[in-house]
Design a protein around this ligand. Structure first.
Ligand code: DX5
Ligand code: ZN
Length: 219
């Protein structure tokens, strides 16, 4: 079963509680929280206090995507705040096995993220230790960017490797997903679809979520 993960990065922060209620009632499966530190990416978003506030008002699982330097220093804070899933970037982790173990020790699901320019082949030796792989379809840092079509081939490649090796690893895709490309992303083999601006900047969020859910529930 594929899952829809709205990213609250593009939500109206003055009305975050209301925004979350709408997406929850419309059928969102997971809340994606984009954490940016102004170093790993050229933007600053929010931290564990906001995640904790979201956790208090929502029953949905919280998926924390860390786009920060030294993520190992903040893992426990985000898990204490209510994270159910945490993903860390391949590109800034010299000790990936260590940080994955650190997250797993706290019974939290773990994802490894690849930027658009990082090849899937680099995952060969770590694929078995992750619960999910997040393939970025934009360069991380901002919501509302344009989907990079070359990532479709990376989804297909990764799908094949996971299926050939019979691994229990999910594929998450993040960046520039909208009603025009969600179908092709699903067909390529994605299991979890992140979408920010296309949901939160829409006039009718409920209708967008429901249409997205129709796409992702097709075989
Ligand atoms: C980008 C973030 C994404 C992004 C998704 O750095 O990781 O989660 O906010 O938002 P859209 O769907 O607007 O690209
Ligand atoms: Zn993200």
């Amino acid at each position: 079963m594929r899952l829809l993960c709205p990213s609250i990065l593009s939500a109206d922060f003055l009305n975050l509680g209301e925004e979350i209620k709408i997406i929850e009632e419309s059928g969102a499966d997971i809340i994606h929280c984009d954490i940016m530190d102004g170093h790993f990416v050229p933007n600053i978003s929010f931290g564990p206090d906001v995640v904790s506030a979201v956790n208090k008002i929502s029953k949905l699982p919280l998926d924390v995507h860390l786009m920060i330097e030294k993520p190992e220093l903040y893992i426990d804070k985000f898990i204490d705040a209510g994270a159910d899933m945490i993903s860390v970037h391949f590109e800034n982790n010299y000790h990936l096995n260590r940080i994955i173990s650190q997250i797993k020790l706290r019974n939290c699901k773990t994802g490894i993220v690849l930027n658009p320019a990082t090849p899937v082949s680099l995952l060969d030796d770590v694929l078995g230790i992750a619960d999910y792989i997040l393939l970025m379809s934009v360069n991380p840092g901002f919501g509302g960017q344009k989907f990079i079509p070359a990532v479709l081939n990376k989804i297909r490649q990764l799908r094949k490797v996971i299926d050939d090796r019979k691994l229990n690893v999910k594929i998450q895709i993040d960046g520039g997903i909208n009603l025009d490309n969600i179908g092709v992303v699903c067909d390529a083999g994605a299991d979890m679809i992140v979408a920010g601006a296309s949901i939160f900047k829409a006039g009718d969020k409920k209708s967008v979520i429901q249409q997205m859910k129709e796409f992702i529930s097709k075989k």
